[in-house]
Design a protein around this ligand. Structure first.
Ligand SMILES: NC(=O)c1ccc[n+]([C@@H]2O[C@H](COP(=O)([O-])OP(=O)(O)OC[C@H]3O[C@@H](n4cnc5c(N)ncnc54)[C@H](O)[C@@H]3O)[C@@H](O)[C@H]2O)c1
Length: 384
C-alpha cells in the first residue's frame, strides 16, 4: 500500500527524528527488523494502526545539515551502520527535501509564524495526497513557563494573537498550528506544547486527539517497572537517588539548568504516585559531550523491610537514547493516526505507557499502563 499517513517532525534533523526516519526507511526497504516497535505486539496491532510502510515523513528544523549528513554523523557515533546510510542515501535525500525551515522566537509576530507552519502542513498534505498528517514534536526541550490568561483560555489566546501579541512558547505555537490544521499532535518532549489549558481546549474544540508528554525511554521506564515491585511487596522505599550522564544535542540543551527544570520535573513525577508517599532523593542530569548518543543512568534505592532492616539496590543503565526513542516515536504517530480515524478527541490517556508525564489521566505504573493501552487498542480495533 502507498504512503497515506504523513508524519511531520518538529526537529526533523535531530537525533531522534533522524534515527526514526532511518528506521522507518530501513524497515520499509526490508533492511532492518522491527525491534522495539510496540505497535507490532498483537495486543496493540489489534487497533489496526497504519503500518510503518504507510508513513511518509517530513518536518521542520532550523539547522542546515541535511538528513543524510545527520545520519552519517549518527552512524559515526555507532547508533547504526554506515552501510545502512549508504543504502538509504536517496530515500534520505528525498525525505530531506520534505523538511521546511522552522520558526524561531523573535522572528516576526506569532500570527505569521502560525500561518507559515500551517501552510507547510497543508502543502505537505496536498503534495502527497495524504489522508492525514500527525505532528510529532522531537525538537529541543524548552524551559517550563508561567501560565498567563492567554495560555489558560483559547478565546483569550485567539484575541491575543489577533492583536499581534506573541504569547506562546514555540512548542505550543507548533501545537496550535497543527491543531488548527486538523492534525493530531504528539509531544515527545517535556516542553509545554499542547499541555497548556488553552491548547487542550483547542484540541477538544477541533475534535482532535493529542498525546504526551516526554517519551519514557530509559531510567524513568525502569523506575516505572521497578517501583511497583517495592509497592506491591510492601517494602518501604526510603530514598531513590538518580544520576544521569548524557551527551548529544539533548544533553547540550539540558546542560542549562533552566531548560533542565522541565526534564527533572517530568522525570520526578512517577515515584511518589506509584509508591504512595514522597521519597527523598536527588535527580541529577549532567552533560558529558564524550558520551555522544549514549546515556548512563546510575540509581541507588535504599529501602527497608520488617523491623526496619535496611537494604539497598543499585542499577546502571547504558542506553542509546535515539535507538530507544525512534521506534516509540513511530508507534505514537501510528496510534495517534488511528485514534483520529476512530474519532477520538482530547488527551489520549491510554498512550500513557509511552510517557514520563502522561496526559489524560492514568497512573505511572508500567503494568497498569500496558493494560490501559491494550484495552484501548482492543476497543479501537472493534470500532469499524
Ligand atoms: N532520546 C530520548 O530517549 C528522548 C526521550 C524523551 C524525550 N526526548 C526529547 O526529544 C527531543 C529531541 O531529542 P534529540 O536527542 O533528538 O535532540 P537533538 O538536539 O538532537 O534534536 C533537536 C532538534 O530540534 C531542532 N530544533 C530546535 N529548535 C527548533 C525550532 N524552533 N523549530 C524546529 N526545530 C527546532 C534542532 O535543530 C535539532 O535538530 C528533546 O526535547 C528530548 O528531551 C528524547
Amino acid at each position: 500500500m502507498g504512503a497515506r499517513t504523513g508524519l511531520w517532525f518538529i526537529g526533523a534533523r535531530g537525533s531522534v527524528a533522524t534515527t526514526a526516519t532511518v528506521g522507518a526507511l530501513a524497515v520499509t526497504a526490508g533492511l532492518a527488523q522491527r525491534v522495539g516497535c510496540v505497535a507490532d505486539h498483537p495486543e496493540v496491532a489489534v487497533a489496526r494502526p497504519p503500518g510503518i510502510e504507510d508513513l511518509l515523513i517530513g518536518g521542520h528544523d532550523v539547522v542546515a545539515d541535511s538528513l543524510p549528513k545527520r545520519a552519517e554523523a549518527l552512524a559515526g557515533g555507532g547508533v547504526f551502520g554506515i552501510d545502512l546510510v549508504r543504502a538509504l542515501h536517496d530515500a534520505l535525500s528525498q525525505a530531506d527535501g520534505r523538511i521546511r525551515h522552522g520558526v524561531t522566537v523573535g522572528e516576526g509576530n506569532q500570527r505569521d509564524a502560525i500561518e507559515q507552519v500551517s501552510r507547510d502542513l497543508a502543502g505537505f498534505r496536498a503534495a502527497h495526497a495524504l489522508d492525514q498528517v500527525v505532528v510529532v514534536d522531537v525538537s529541543t526541550t524548552e524551559p517550563p513557563i508561567e501560565l498567563t490568561p492567554a495560555l489558560s483560555d483559547v478565546d483569550e489566546l485567539d484575541r491575543a494573537l489577533a492583536a499581534g501579541e506573541s504569547p506562546l512558547p514555540l512548542s505550543s505555537l507548533y501545537a496550535y498550528a497543527a491543531l488548527r490544521s486538523g492534525c493530531p499532535f504528539v509531544a515527545f518532549t517535556p516542553s509545554p506544547g499542547p499541555r497548556l489549558p488553552a491548547l487542550a481546549q483547542l484540541a477538544e474544540r477541533m475534535g482532535l486527539p493529542w498525546a504526551g508528554s516526554d517519551g519514557k525511554t530509559g531510567e524513568t521506564l525502569i523506575k516505572s517497572a521497578l517501583a511497583p515491585m517495592f509497592a506491591t511487596r510492601a517494602l518501604r522505599v526510603r530514598s531513590w537517588s538518580s544520576h544521569n550522564l548524557l551527551g548529544g544535542g539533548d544533553g547540550r540543551a539540558l546542560a542549562d539548568p533552566v531548560t533542565a527544570a522541565s526534564k527533572t520535573q517530568s522525570k520526578g513525577l512517577g515515584l511518589e504516585s506509584i509508591l504512595g508517599h514522597p521519597v527523598d532523593g536527588p535527580l541529577h542530569i549532567d552533560y558529558v559531550p564524550d558520551l555522544g548518543e549514549w546515556k548512563t543512568a546510575w540509581d541507588m534505592v535504599s529501602f527497608e523491610g520488617l523491623l526496619g532492616t535496611r537494604m539497598s539496590m543499585q542499577f546502571t543503565w547504558q542506553g542509546c537514547d535515539s535507538a530507544l526513542a525512534a521506534p516509540l516515536v513511530l508507534d505514537l504517530a501510528r496510534l495517534a493516526a488511528r485514534a483520529q480515524q476512530a474519532g477520538e478527541a482530547g488527551p489520549l490517556g491510554a498512550l500513557g505507557f509511552f510517557f514520563k508525564d502522561p496526559a489524560g489521566g492514568g497512573g505511572h505504573d508500567l503494568g497498569g499502563q500496558w493494560r490501559a493501552l491494550t484495552d484501548w487498542c482492543a476497543r479501537i480495533g472493534g470500532d469499524r
